[in-house]
Write a new protein. Structure first.
Length: 252
């Protein structure tokens, strides 16, 4: 019998991930673009002015041949995910399991603090959601910049940051496997120039805006489906003016 294909949304509790791995299921992260189709194919079920990540979830769920879905609808994700779970349950013919991840055992954040291209960091952290094991130890680096927030739908903007960028916010909570840890999510280093990022129409834009306002050297940024030239120019100018990147491209 072929392995079941299970879609996950957000970060289901570690017990769920362990169960799926014990059953040798094929786990698919529905938060990430898996289907090369326009977002409008899901517009029958979600409004266009809505979180791009959850719109991506619906498109994936419609066109992937899934056997089951596990979706976190607790404080580790958002209320919108709860509503999307209701919609998926109505339009799909597979079980849609609601979970509430309140895991509190810390797994550590070595990737968030090591020297590595930011794109690779985010790939490693998001792939780690499908694992029930901690990441191996890594040497921390002195941060030249910070990225606070959720993983962007458009990972290409991550290439604009130096390799010595530390990751904060919900993405660091992802690596730590404690997505509902508000204390960890709100932690920032006031000495590090930091971009506070959230997807447009996400509830976390309020927290990103608030923390950016309190931070002495910050850039608040929200993007919808993709980061346009304006957003890229803002990031590049902020990093250059903050000294995170010297004019010759060398990192401090």
């Amino acid at each position: 019998m072929p392995a079941k294909k299970i879609g996950i949304v957000g970060i289901p509790p570690l017990a769920v991930i362990k169960k799926l791995k014990d059953r040798e299921c094929n786990i698919v992260d529905l938060d990430e673009p898996q289907i090369h189709l326009g977002m409008d194919v899901g517009s029958l079920y979600l409004p266009k002015v809505y979180c791009a990540i959850l719109r991506t979830v619906v498109v994936n769920a419609l066109y992937l041949d899934l056997d089951e879905i596990y979706i976190d609808v607790g404080p580790g994700k958002c209320d919108c995910a709860l509503h999307v779970a209701t919609i998926l349950e109505d339009i799909l013919k597979i079980p849609v399991n609601r979970t509430r991840n309140l895991d509190s055992e810390p797994f550590g954040t070595p990737i968030s603090r090591t020297r590595m291209p930011l794109f690779e960091k985010f790939m490693a952290i998001t792939r780690g959601v499908m694992s029930d094991s901690p990441h191996p130890p890594m040497e921390p680096c002195r941060p030249a910049a910070g990225f606070w927030g959720v993983p962007p739908r458009d990972f290409s903007i991550l290439s604009l940051f130096p390799d010595t960028t530390h990751v904060y916010g919900w993405t660091r909570c992802m690596e730590n496997k404690t997505p509902a840890d508000l204390g960890l999510e709100t932690y920032v280093n006031s000495a590090v120039p930091t971009v506070f990022f959230a997807q447009s129409f996400c509830a976390k834009t309020a927290l990103a805006h608030h923390l950016a306002r309190l931070h002495p050297h910050s850039l608040y940024l929200d993007c919808d489906l993709a980061a346009g030239n304006s957003a890229r120019a803002k990031i590049e100018a902020f990093l250059e003016l903050s000294g995170a990147k010297r004019p010759d491209g060398d990192q401090v």
